[in-house]
Design a protein around this ligand. Sequence first.
Ligand code: 0WD
Length: 265
Amino acid sequence: MGFLDSKKIVVTGVASDLSIAFGIASAMKREGAELILTYQNDKLKPRVEKLGAKIGVSEFLPLDVANEEEVAKTFEEVKKTWGGLDGLVHAIAFAPREAIEGRFLDGCNKDSFTTALQISAYSFPLLMRYAAPLMQGRKAAALAMTYLGAVQAVPNYNTMGVAKAALEASVRYLAADLGQDGIRVNAVSAGPIRTLAASGIKDFRKMLKGFEKTAPLRRCVTIEEVGNTAAFLCSDLASGITGEITYVDAGFNIFSSVGVEEDEK
Ligand code: 0WD
């Protein structure tokens, strides 16, 4: 018996075995959930199918959040397959390279800003527009992935930080809106983890080193730890929690290094 037994959950954003979404899917599967994994394009399809097979998942659907027609079709397929939906995991982010390096204003133009906001933030309410009708009356839950750069100015994170702020606000507005339908909406704010997306952020390694020195637990977090928290938040164990941003970051966000000598940091 797992705490997600008989829950039917769509997980987006599995791109490699380092992906946070892979940690989430593994934890959810272990706790008894039935999963559909989505893949962004045909090139990624075989890779996602292989990763699914590793954890006993055999249902896959295409989903590029830049294409609303495809989003609509994907949820039609979910309806055909399951009749309804108990959970949705949004683990998707993208920003053009110039928007996640150097000085904020140098890389922030109309195109990079619009793309980052569309793919990384708007996509969550977009998915929920199609998912929510399938989630009615089922104690369903949705979850998004965010980062500290939403609430603090983190070097190089730049326009992605603006997108994550919009994503976190969307979590609260969706929670307020969908609570009356019994749908909960939360986010996990994870500490930095080396993944494909993270490798696009300038000086990411340096960030990891600084993080390990400063975080109260003196280490980084793993996709397994994020996965366990995500599984809990999507389960009935978290039935009283909605609209929350839960930090899984070894305590980094609560600590201020003001007053710590430079060589101790
Ligand atoms: O340190 C980190 N890695 C953190 C990541 C710390 C805190 C939060 N996050 C967030 C990310 O911002 C993202 O929202 O977690 C989520 C998952 O990120 P990840 O696991 O770090 O990244 P990755 O394994 O690269 O998966 C993100 C995936 C894409 O992978 P690639 O590497 O191919 O860009 O997002 C998907 C894609 O599979 N994706 C899309 N899916 C559908 N439609 C789209 C799209 N248009 N664009 C990207």
